[in-house]
Design a protein around this ligand. Structure first.
Ligand code: ADP
Length: 221
């Protein structure tokens, strides 16, 4: 009974993106209902995912029959066909799904999805490309961006700061970044930053700040 599982999620469209998403959700222990209109895709994924159904997701009646109205969250992972993606979101809005996540493949596609009622629009190609740019040009090891250009990043300590006592306040004053976590070489977990940071060259920091501040800090050598 899917109604009793608060975490049940449907993933519509088992292309490269949707199938990875469905697999990851399953691996995280969530019950996933995967839907594709293509018989071959359904066949291919039915051995790897718990529930796979063949249906045209633009068909509201078909979605209702699959029990989608009982699910709190549905992700539309169709990318190539903007028409199918938009019509699917419309059908889900009609069904009253509380949380509709939809994948966009362009800025225009994203705008349409929001305006027809998707609650969250994801744009994996743009998001990944942007993250990767940050990783490539600096000492940043990982990077998560939030609203208002705010970010949290994992950064290797710049050489110029290694080997001398540095206080948390100095970094905040000079670069605008706040150190949240510190992992020294040889340690296998992060600790909360203490007032005086005893930084060595291979120390890894988790810092927060605006993207510009983090980039300036991460670009130090
Ligand atoms: P990717 O870029 O992730 O590979 P695609 O857009 O190429 O994504 O693949 C989308 C998937 O969505 C395909 O497997 C396709 O069969 C499926 N799909 C497309 N339209 C519909 C629809 N109306 N109903 C259900 N599945 C659909």
């Amino acid at each position: 009974d899917r109604k009793s599982d608060p975490g049940g999620i449907a993933v519509i469209g088992l292309g490269r993106f949707g199938s990875h998403l469905a697999e990851s959700l399953s691996a995280l222990g969530r019950e996933v209902l995967a839907i594709d209109r293509d018989a071959q895709q359904v066949q291919k994924w039915s051995s790897m995912l718990d529930q796979v159904a063949q249906a045209d997701a633009t068909d509201e009646g078909a979605l209702r029959q699959l029990g989608l109205t009982d699910l709190p969250r549905v992700v539309v992972a169709i990318g190539a066909s903007v028409e199918a993606s938009v019509l699917t979101v419309l059908a889900l809005v009609e069904l009253g799904i509380p949380q509709i996540w939809a994948r966009a493949t362009s800025g225009q596609h994203a705008k349409i999805l929001s305006s027809v009622g998707a609650h969250r629009v994801i744009f994996p190609e743009a998001e990944t490309g942007e993250r990767l740019a940050h990783l490539i040009i600096s000492r940043t090891l990982d990077f998560v961006e939030f609203d208002e250009a705010f970010a949290v990043a994992r950064v290797r300590v710049p050489r110029s700061l290694a080997g001398r006592p540095t206080s948390e306040i100095q970094l905040l004053d000079r670069y605008g970044v706040r150190v949240i976590g510190v992992k020294r070489p040889g340690e296998n977990r992060y600790r909360y930053a203490s007032h005086v940071l005893d930084l060595t060259e291979d120390t890894i920091l988790i810092v927060e700040g605006t993207i510009e501040q983090i980039q300036r800090f991460a670009a130090l050598s």
